[in-house]
Design a protein around this ligand. Sequence first.
Ligand SMILES: C[S@@+](CC[C@H](N)C(=O)[O-])C[C@H]1O[C@@H](n2cnc3c(N)ncnc32)[C@H](O)[C@@H]1O
Length: 305
Amino acid sequence: MYEDKIFVPPLKIQGIKTKLVPLIKQNVAITQNTVWIEPFMGSGVVGLNVAPTNAIFADTNPHIISFYNQIQEGSITPHIVRNYLEKEGEKLSRYDDKYYLEVRERFNDSPNSLDFLFLNRSCFNGMMRFNRNNKFNVPYGHKPERFSKAYITKIVNQISFAEMKIKTNNWKFVCQSFEETISSADENAFVYCDPPYIGRHVDYYDSWDEKKELKLCENLKEFGGKFMVSTWDYTAYRHNEYINAIWSFCHKINKEHFYHLGAKEINRNTVVEALLMNYVPKNNCNEFAMLNQQLSLFNYNYNVG
Ligand SMILES: C[S@@+](CC[C@H](N)C(=O)[O-])C[C@H]1O[C@@H](n2cnc3c(N)ncnc32)[C@H](O)[C@@H]1O
């Protein structure tokens, strides 16, 4: 459960927490028997690395859930993915963006997990964005040899890793809203939430607004067990006013993070991330966390002052 190496999942998504996994792992409050509940699983990088024995992973994006369910059922395997990517990658190298658009259209007409993986790993900036009609609308991410041998092997290894974790643990993947997921959680469970960032992302399968942020906070209070929420604290230009407005009962740990994903300039800047917890986190017990918080405040005042 406490391995140092961070495993990268086969799916990419804006706001992926790969770099924050070590901090999250150090501060989650779980034991061997705790049920891990992740209502906003996205790429799955957090749960796959925390690797709890029992878990429920949920998301409103049906393509993510069906992708992981198919790995669990065995209809997506490293071997199947390699064959598929070699075949489709070869067509992509011949017809370039024309072929990308053909796969995108095929996926939007009749979604399937392999095409979802193909689009996710060849689109612009690893974005996972859908229009109002839930059609995938990210353009092609031009690169010579998009699906090179080395790239295919990298993806296949990521599938193998996910498969191994899914098959050796007792995990469920469900397509549902956070309200349903949290209301079904027993108070002995641990809930880790990484919702779309309020005031920053609007291009997920489901949009996010103040009503949802308030509902999330209310649902977590009602749940009664321990939880952790990932959110943003501040950038050089503004801060997240909801932290003081609704999450002030939580303990907070900060970490600076540079986002490479996302087309908008505002999503490609340094953001100070916050982990909010309704219990005293391990890092709070030492001076580092206090120093880190003071430093964050200093940076914020310095940047906006
Ligand atoms: C920030 S991403 C999660 C990223 C994930 N922690 C990672 O590192 O890959 C937020 C996720 O929440 C999902 N989502 C958006 N609205 C939701 C809702 N109302 N209920 C459940 N999931 C939702 C999105 O589809 C997206 O996958």
